[in-house]
Design a protein around this ligand. Sequence first.
Ligand SMILES: [Zn+2]
Length: 95
Amino acid sequence: MQKKLLEKLCCPFDKGDLNVNVFKEDENGDIYEGLLTCPTCDRYYPIIYSIPIMTPDEYRERQLELPALERWGLMIDEKSNSFVLEESSQTKLIG
Ligand SMILES: [Zn+2]
């Protein structure tokens, strides 16, 4: 996804502004892999294969997202039903 599109994206849950961490760019400098996080509700939205996954919680498939999150070194509570990052992962993204 193009970085300029980030300005138009907001959290689908609370319409808050999103933070972004870019893990991989494609040859055009667009975001190929990354993570959007909402400071308001602490939800995360992965960008995988240039596609931001921003569907409502009930339509998201945790199992499809977990391998990418693990590859990025982020800890996710597998038993949790919410799409919220562990505190250690939040710290990692900021630092
Ligand atoms: Zn939010």
